[in-house]
Design a protein around this ligand. Structure first.
Ligand code: GLN
Length: 227
């Protein structure tokens, strides 16, 4: 596996420039690390917290709508989109998250998170709600049962340092794209997309030990803060 961890990255190498490294980035003295909420109802949220903190961000687990206040960004993790959506409904989070994301909060969705952010689902639960924040149509578990987990090297636009090892676990297949920018493809299908401040990946960047996509998301967060 491609091991790129916080400690193996050069200081400031596409890095955060926030927090403890006083003197390293004089232009950023006093800049506060961004606060990223990680939806923590179900799924791989701890791994995102670890990756974001390794990039120098502050994190907050999001379980109630009040947890969305004053965030600089939001991550919707992988897991099981049907369960996650049901829990969001139950916790009164579905409307609140939808409003926040559509209101312009930079958001990263991975795997099940991509499904939750999408506009149209095939093979979802009949009453499965989506946030409609990304103009894409996805098929749940679209890569089929035999190959429901695999890894692939991906060329991601805007990412320096060679291909990114994508870990796909019962991944959604993006079958339709509208007004989104495709950042990476695999087998002729989009696997990374962006629309405005919303980014979504069909794979799990938090499991590959490579922080570059989290850093890319945090750059989007920074741009939004200074916009
Ligand atoms: N198949 C899952 C779903 O439909 C997604 C899998 C994942 O997030 N690793 O939600």
């Amino acid at each position: 596996m491609n091991e790129t961890t916080a400690s193996s990255l050069p200081p400031g190498g596409g890095g955060s420039g926030w927090g403890g490294a006083a003197g390293q980035s004089p232009g950023r003295v006093g800049a506060r690390a961004p606060l990223i909420g990680v939806l923590a109802l179900q799924g791989a949220f701890r791994e995102h917290v670890r990756a974001l903190e390794a990039c120098g961000a502050r994190t907050r687990l999001v379980r109630l709508s009040g947890d969305l206040e004053d965030l600089d960004g939001l991550v919707i993790p992988g897991g099981e989109s049907t369960t996650m959506t049901m829990l969001m409904e139950r916790m009164g989070l579905l409307g609140a998250v939808g409003q926040t994301v559509r209101g312009g909060l930079p958001t990263l969705g991975t795997c099940a998170g991509m499904i939750v952010l999408s506009d149209r689902i095939a093979d979802g639960r009949a009453d499965q709600a989506v946030l409609g924040a990304l103009d894409i149509g996805v098929r749940r578990n679209g890569y089929g049962r035999q190959v429901d987990s695999f890894e692939a090297d991906l060329e991601v636009s805007g990412l320096d340092g060679g291909p990114f090892r994508g870990v796909f676990i019962r991944a959604p297949m993006v079958e339709e794209v509208g007004e989104v920018e495709v950042l990476a493809e695999h087998g002729g299908r989009p696997v990374a997309v962006r629309q405005g401040r919303v980014m979504a990946l069909a794979f799990h960047p938090e499991l590959s030990g490579d922080l570059r996509l989290h850093r890319q998301f945090l750059r989007l967060v920074e741009e939004a803060k200074t916009a």
